[in-house]
Design a binder for this molecule. Structure first.
Ligand SMILES: Cc1cc2nc3c(=O)[nH]c(=O)nc-3n(C[C@H](O)[C@H](O)[C@H](O)COP(=O)(O)OP(=O)(O)OC[C@H]3O[C@@H](n4cnc5c(N)ncnc54)[C@H](O)[C@@H]3O)c2cc1C
Length: 413
């Protein structure tokens, strides 16, 4: 007997779980298939630092009790400088947050099946009509959503997503107690989320310390093993090795002790999105990928892509006029480009340029940032090229030439 739903969602991450929450609240029959077992969920997928902002918490009705610590500034650090911006934020307990999304979605009427590993699309006439999971089990839906993150089994099989290995950023983080958050010579990191540009610790990427209350913090780093990495990685270390190196050499961790069982690791692709949808199908969250390339903000973006998919499904599944053709589903693409990740190209451009910059230039960049007005800073953050140009110096010409060469090579390949 076929099991038929309005919408089948693969993956109970922020993107899939939010999509299911919205659809269930609108009265649709939705099933979420999640590969992890219910009693240990989320374990492998408990991968995120969980840094977010009040706009995400209020837009999606996220309760304060999944926030480990509210912060009031964002700090950018380089080897010898820092830049502080007052901005309210919150560090989630990512595991508790994921559990909340599942419980709330279930209360609203979504069905969750754990220990359900999605492997393949079921197609009829070349269009997806359902999915296979756990080998031979099948479930059917008018619309299918791939929200499995970088795994993307459905999006890959349907040629919607083309996640490239060379664009895969890997990240690792431990939680600590006994961190010196207000050390001499550094910005005060009390109630702050700090991102550090420093190739010594994260070649071609960045490192971070997010305060989680008292003397505790999440400490981690991520990078892509691309040309910037090849250029700046003086010693070949694993990503864990780089984190150990930072912990061993930064005096702020001299008395820090790891909190047992609090370790997170994962990956995401930093690349432009390819296609986002086709007949009866949408890809959301890190499957696309939706994550912001610059600072890896993937939770808010992923949830917003989940909401855009739910809005699209709502439009396609109007009773008596069900139309899930690629043309109708392409509303999702419009919402993604217009509202979920506007200016994604410009931010990717900025990211590639930023991680190519040498350590000394990071220092002068942060000094320059301190002298810019708020509007220019917002412009830079939004990928405005005129605003970005204000940061460039004559000495950056060789770097820009190198960047252009790199882009041309990528374009040709
Ligand atoms: C180390 C690290 C730190 C990060 N820090 C931050 C941060 O501070 N702030 C921020 O905003 N973002 C951060 N991110 C990014 C953010 O966590 C992701 O962008 C976000 O989790 C993406 O959500 P998603 O739902 O698309 O995918 P995921 O979170 O990857 O969820 C996918 C779900 O699908 C399930 N799944 C996978 N394969 C299958 C399958 N075949 N069948 C069924 N289920 C499957 C997984 O178990 C998982 O539950 C970080 C990421 C990493 C790796």
């Amino acid at each position: 007997m076929n099991e038929q739903f309005d919408v089948v969602v693969a993956g109970a991450g922020p993107a899939g779980a939010q999509c299911a929450r919205d659809l269930a609240a609108r009265g649709y029959d939705v099933v979420v298939l999640e590969t992890e077992q219910e009693d240990e969920f989320p374990r492998q997928s408990n991968k995120s630092t969980g840094g977010t902002f009040p706009s995400m918490l209020s837009a999606f009705g996220i309760p304060d009790d999944v926030v480990m610590h509210f912060t009031d500034s964002v700090v950018i650090e380089s080897p010898n400088e820092h830049f502080v911006r007052e901005q309210a934020g919150g560090v989630l307990d990512f595991g508790a947050f994921k559990t909340f999304l599942v419980e709330d979605g279930t209360e609203k009427g979504a069905e969750y099946r754990f220990d359900a590993r999605v492997s393949n699309p079921i197609t009829e006439g070349g269009e997806i009509v359902g999915v296979q999971y756990n080998g031979s089990r099948e479930v059917y839906g008018d619309i299918v959503v791939d929200a499995t993150g970088p795994a993307a089994p459905l999006a890959k099989a349907l040629d919607v997503s083309d996640l490239k290995r060379e664009n895969q950023a890997i990240g690792i983080e431990y939680e600590f107690e006994g961190v010196d958050l207000d050390a001499a010579g550094h910005a005060d990191l009390t109630d702050a989320m700090m991102l550090r540009l420093d190739h010594t610790y994260a070649p071609g990427g960045y490192a971070w310390i997010f305060h989680t209350g008292e003397d505790t913090a999440k400490v981690g780093l991520c990078y892509i093993q691309n040309e910037s990495y090849q250029r700046y990685a003086e010693t070949r270390r694993t990503v864990d090795g780089y984190l150990e190196h930072w912990l061993d050499t930064d005096p702020r961790f001299a008395d820090a002790e790891r909190i047992e069982g609090r370790q997170h690791r994962g990956s995401a692709h930093i690349q432009p999105p390819g296609a986002l949808s086709t007949d009866n199908f949408m890809a959301i969250g890190d499957t696309v990928p939706t994550i912001d390339p610059l600072w890896g903000e993937g939770i808010n973006k992923g949830m917003r892509s989940g909401r855009a998919a739910a809005i699209t499904a709502d439009q396609c599944l109007i009773p008596d006029e069900r139309d899930t053709s690629a043309e109708n589903v392409s509303l999702y693409d419009d919402l993604w480009h217009g509202e979920v990740a506007p200016g994604a190209d410009a931010r990717l451009f900025m990211t590639e340029l930023l991680y190519l910059v040498p350590n000394e230039r990071y220092d002068s960049l942060l000094r320059d940032l301190r002298n810019l007005d708020r509007d220019t800073l917002s412009g830079i953050n939004n990928g405005n090229k005129l605003a970005i140009a204000k940061l460039l110096q004559f000495d950056d010409l060789p770097l820009l030439a190198q960047f252009a060469k790199q882009r041309l090579k990528a374009y040709r390949s």
